[in-house]
Design a protein around this ligand. Structure first.
Ligand SMILES: NC(=O)c1ccc[n+]([C@@H]2O[C@H](COP(=O)([O-])OP(=O)(O)OC[C@H]3O[C@@H](n4cnc5c(N)ncnc54)[C@H](O)[C@@H]3O)[C@@H](O)[C@H]2O)c1
Length: 329
């Protein structure tokens, strides 16, 4: 089976939902963006319009920027003819007309328009399991049987959310976790619950893989269900350690970030990253992950490093670690 998505429903027009709708519409999918709050819908629309205005302006200035950069680097002034040629080659591929076309693909609503034709639902309502279950219980009375149901939850158990659905619907339910902002970050964690059907999971990956956001092709990665999934599971302990260094005054806050950027190659320091995500969001995610893990998890000795070292796989220096390196290249 191949999942063909002509119409998607995005539930919640907040931080994530509005931009998930934007990415889908950018890829020619008809979208219903549903919220229960008119003001949230208006904010969502404003966010999308702002992104698209920015894109139109960026594209409109592409040729002028390239000409200016060339002239300032080379010290050579281009002729009017050369400038016209550059403008033709670098003409905008996103303009006001495309913006309007994209916006017309999104129905902003507090109602259920389009739900009877939905192929895919992505729920991006607040991180509250009871609320999400209530939303899905209502949704299944509005969408066809073939509709794939997905949650953008960052921390909740996909299997637990699916368990509130009738058993016939559980196979078509999974986690589709976008990152903030989905318009520029390409990763999507695809998390099957224990009852998600493998063919449905594969279909969702195949549907998302050819799509693009404003900057990159989307990157769906399948992740086994676990507290925090993949990114937040790794990020959580690292952030906790950065917060502890802050609290213990190990270094000045700006130096904690600078150290990780310049010493560990991070594009952004952990404290600035935490500020970007929102400290309330981090607090809530940490609590939810801790609860699922059943309290404090003792640091268990990880065997894989001992095994790799014993096998002589020391990383780049020996040509093989977790990955293989071609030392002749
Ligand atoms: N914010 C992030 O950085 C981020 C990143 C990845 C995933 N997530 C996840 O995405 C989901 C949404 O997070 P957010 O930050 O966009 O939340 P948000 O609070 O910004 O937006 C949620 C929206 O859902 C609406 N809503 C509430 N009840 C509703 C209902 N019954 N039907 C329809 N809409 C309803 C609210 O009015 C609000 O506009 C959460 O599960 C969160 O864990 C968030």
């Amino acid at each position: 089976m191949v999942l063909f998505v002509d119409r998607a429903i995005v539930i919640g027009a907040g931080v994530m939902g509005a931009r998930i709708a934007e990415v889908l519409a950018l890829n020619n999918v008809n979208v219903t963006l549903r919220d229960v709050d008119d003001a949230a819908l208006a904010r969502g629309r404003k966010t999308i319009e702002g992104d698209l205005d920015g894109l139109v302006a960026f594209q409109a200035g592409k040729a002028a920027r390239a000409i200016q950069e060339f002239e300032s680097k080379s010290g050579v002034a281009l002729t009017a003819e050369q400038k016209a040629k550059a403008a033709e080659t670098l003409k905008p591929n996103f303009d006001a007309k495309r913006k309007e076309k994209l916006l017309a693909k999104i129905t902003f609503t507090t109602g259920w328009e389009g739900c009877d034709k939905a192929d895919l639902v992505i729920e991006a309502a607040p991180e509250n399991p009871a609320l999400k279950k209530k939303i899905f219980a209502e949704l299944i009375t509005k969408v066809p049987e073939h509709t794939v149901l997905a949650s953008n939850t960052s921390t909740l158990s996909i299997t637990d959310l699916a368990a509130s659905l009738p058993s016939a619907r559980r196979g078509r339910f999974l986690g589709v976790h976008f990152f903030n902002p989905p318009t520029t970050l390409p990763l999507i964690e695809i998390i099957p619950g224990i009852e998600s059907r493998a063919d449905i999971v594969e279909d969702v990956v195949n549907f998302l893989a050819p799509l693009r956001n404003h900057r990159y092709p989307l990157i769906p990665i399948q992740v086994k269900e676990c507290p925090g999934f993949l990114v937040n599971r790794i990020l959580g302990p690292m952030l906790a350690e950065a917060f502890a260094c802050y609290e213990e005054g190990i270094a000045k806050p700006k130096d904690i970030d600078l150290a990780m950027q310049t010493g560990a190659g991070f594009p952004m320091g952990p404290l600035a990253l935490a500020d970007l995500v929102g400290l309330d969001v981090i607090q809530h995610a940490a609590k939810s992950i801790r609860e699922q893990q059943g309290g404090v998890v003792a640091q268990r000795p990880v065997q894989i490093i001992n095994q790799l070292v014993a096998a002589g796989r020391l990383g780049q220096k020996s040509g093989r670690g977790f990955f293989e390196y071609n030392r002749d290249a």
